[in-house]
Ligand binder design. Structure first.
Ligand code: HEC
Ligand code: HEC
Length: 384
């Protein structure tokens, strides 16, 4: 019964979409353009080789909070992904490892379990692989794997938990990343608290009239659905929106150190690297100049709580974001052809923002800080 309703609803959405996009799609010469409709999230995907267990999730939660998994013991995952700040860090550009400046906005980890590519440039394909990249990254956790692993072995409570969860005599750092990944698979939207999801499941009162108008604009006149589609409201593809620059990058040498260093790390050729003053995004992966400035489409779920927005945090409100799209983006050289001036009225913009709110839970998802193992313990003296 439930399934039937849901299917009917998706069908209705798809038809509305086809009709709504008909005009502009034909104008683009893509008359068959049709996009997966927004829909409630399916159950969280879990890789076969890292099944969820309550003990593993609890261990992962501790490790996510534990600063001993970073270089100087001050930068746990949670320091840049705080529950009370939409699981990001609330800044335009993320805080960096002490003594450094980061260069990108801290993404929310909410619903990151649903992506098949992680990071703004999509360069990592699983949460298990993402965690070490974060904990070891020089401007993030800056930890050395073997040192972090050794630290875990001097914390008897972890030795005990790792043995229970992974059956190993001593904690292994790769298992720490697996546990953190499992924990992150629990940091997902609760659909029963998301007005859009309730609406899509048949509760017609879950969206206000303004929000319903906003949904139609999202799917139609504003064409947001072209890239923000499917249950996650992301096509998981890469686009260049031609965003304004983050001003600090032009004037602050510490930001410039990070940009130059990132370009160098990512194998950019010397002439380009010498002039490195912007974040090339997907280009770092492909070295194809068509990909300069392309970033992975982020989900629009929970955006109520996750500002500032965009890879460089240039917008602090959803109103600013909508104004930017309404203007058709800026005049950047490689800007996506999908962005055109929209001619939205003030009412339509307000409706669109009201709808974006409906993609977030009515109250933020908060997890309390777990109790962490106490101080390091010396090893017992060897038996003679
Ligand atoms: C110094 C701040 C900082 C720390 C510490 C940090 N992160 Fe992040 N995190 C970021 C930033 C900034 C990004 C975006 C980076 C990029 O795209 O290059 C990010 C991206 C992510 C993403 C990708 C989300 C997406 O939508 O693709 C996940 C997942 C994540 N971090 C988890 C973690 C975990 C797990 C840890 C601890 C092991 C951690 N982070 C530590 C700042 C941090
Ligand atoms: C051409 C594809 C495309 C279209 C069309 C599009 N977006 Fe986006 N959207 C993106 C990409 C890509 C980003 C990230 C860009 C970046 O950071 O460089 C983004 C970012 C956003 C963000 C910021 C999310 C965050 O976590 O930082 C919001 C909000 C947003 N879009 C809303 C909309 C709305 C509303 C519309 C319709 C008016 C729309 N988008 C149309 C591709 C698109």
């Amino acid at each position: 019964m439930k399934t039937t309703k849901l299917m009917q609803h998706s069908a209705v959405l798809a038809v509305t979409l086809a009709t709504a996009l008909g005009a502009s799609a034909a104008g683009n010469g893509k008359a068959d353009a049709l996009f997966p409709p927004l829909a409630p999230l399916p159950p969280v995907p879990v890789p076969k080789d890292n099944p969820q267990t309550p003990e593993k999730i609890a261990l992962g939660k501790q490790l996510y909070w534990d600063a001993r998994l970073s270089g100087d013991g001050s930068m746990p995952c949670v320091s840049c992904h705080l529950p009370a700040l939409g699981w990001g860090d609330g800044g335009q550009i993320s805080r960096g490892y002490p003594g450094t400046k980061h260069w990108r906005n801290s993404q929310t980890i909410l619903n990151s379990a649903y992506y098949n590519k992680l990071f703004w440039e999509g360069n990592v394909t699983s949460l298990e692989a993402q965690a070490p990249a974060a904990a070891e990254g020089a401007v993030a956790g800056n930890g050395d794997s073997s040192v972090m692993e050794m630290r875990l072995r001097f914390l008897p409570e972890y030795v005990e938990s790792f043995r229970k969860v992974f059956g190993s005599e001593w904690p292994r750092i790769n298992d720490a990343w697996r546990a953190i990944a499992s924990y992150q698979r629990t940091v997902v939207s609760d659909g029963s608290k998301v007005p859009f999801d309730r609406f899509a499941k048949g509760d017609k009162k879950a969206l206000s009239e303004a929000q319903q108008r906003g949904l139609a604009i999202f799917n139609g006149k504003a064409g947001c659905i072209q890239c923000h589609n499917g249950p996650l409201a992301s096509d998981q593809k890469f686009h260049n929106l031609g965003l304004p620059d983050f001003e600090g990058f032009k004037t602050d040498p510490l930001y410039q150190v990070t940009h130059r260093w990132e370009h160098y790390q990512k194998g950019v050729s010397e002439p380009k690297y010498r002039g490195a003053d912007m974040d090339y995004g997907l280009y770092f992966q492909t070295k194809n100049s068509k990909d300069i400035g392309k970033f992975r489409t982020p989900s629009l779920r929970e955006v109520k709580y996750t500002g500032p927005y965009m890879h460089n945090g240039v917008f602090t409100t959803l109103e600013q974001v909508v104004d930017f799209y309404d203007a058709g983006g800026s005049a950047a050289p490689h800007k996506s052809e999908l962005l055109k001036p929209l001619g939205l009225t003030a009412q339509e913009k307000a409706d669109l923002v009201a709808f974006l709110d409906a993609l977030s839970m009515t109250e933020p998802l908060i997890h309390d800080e777990p109790k962490l193992p106490g101080a390091y313990q010396p090893l017992p003296a060897p038996v003679k």
